[in-house]
Design a protein around this ligand. Sequence first.
Ligand code: UDP
Length: 322
Amino acid sequence: MKILVTGGAGFIGSNLCDFLLDNGEEVFVIDDLSTGSLENISHLFDNPRFHYSIDTILNAKKMEELISWCDCVIHLAAAVGVKYVLENPLSSIETNILGTEIALKLSNRYNKKILIASTSEVYGKHTHAPLKEDDNLIYGPPSTMRWSYAASKLVDEFTALSYHRTKKLNTIIFRCFNTIGPRQTGMYGMVVPRFIQQALRDDPITIYGDGKQTRTFTYVGDVVKAIYLLAKGDKGAGEVVNIGGQEEISIADLAQKIKELVGSKSEIVFIPYEKAYGKDFEDMMRRVPSLEKLKSLIGFVPETSLDEILAKTIEYFRALAT
Ligand code: UDP
């Protein structure tokens, strides 16, 4: 299959490219390197089945060329990370909404299957678990900019579902739950690479809030496998599906675990949200996915243990530091 990966130089995208190439597919990437990097894909440059364009997904002409060549589109390009979105609210909304609209419109024009990446952020401030794809969504007011990320991805979901309903476009939306692993950068706020780098340097490990908030981290290797199975399979058209891990952990326990696994002398410190993210910030206190639907669609759910994922990620950052 010829597969277009938008955002292919990013953390999930570049891991997906590796996986697709290992499975014999031909891969085309478009990435503007806003949060991705050439380093993530430079090891693929000699592979004759790998092609890349450094360009924005808002360039409809380029997107049309690429989509017309490919059999399937995996649309990952988006503004990522709470910190990044808070610092770049306008361009984030533009990339997320206009970019997805272009990808969907052109996939429909050329009748290509398209998978759209969404996020567990879309669920908003639920505290129950597990979160199911047809649960209600709970957001705060628009003055709290964090919710613009969820709202923009939700517009993407509505747009994709509408293309399916009105034009029969074969589209699947997957909601990722805190994907982690090698190549993720801490630059855009993500907690695991930040804690690991702080621990490796014996710097203070910075917990925001009281650390009681929980997340369910998911190994990037499992995420890309799930995406590939959705792309190859014939189930899930017009559906939203969670892709997530199975071990819920509080951020305070995560800090302690990373400190121990690294063997670090770091002090663990608590930082008020206002200091970390500015005024009017609201965190999500809990996030655990239901994986029933994923299992029914592809017969696979992420199973890599948190200890194993952290060990791999620590090894990656140790190697980078030497
Ligand atoms: N977090 C933290 N310290 C950091 C970075 C993040 O305590 O240095 C917290 C953050 O407030 C949130 C959790 O870790 O409660 C996960 O944050 P991340 O940005 O990785 O993902 P998201 O909030 O999108 O789940």
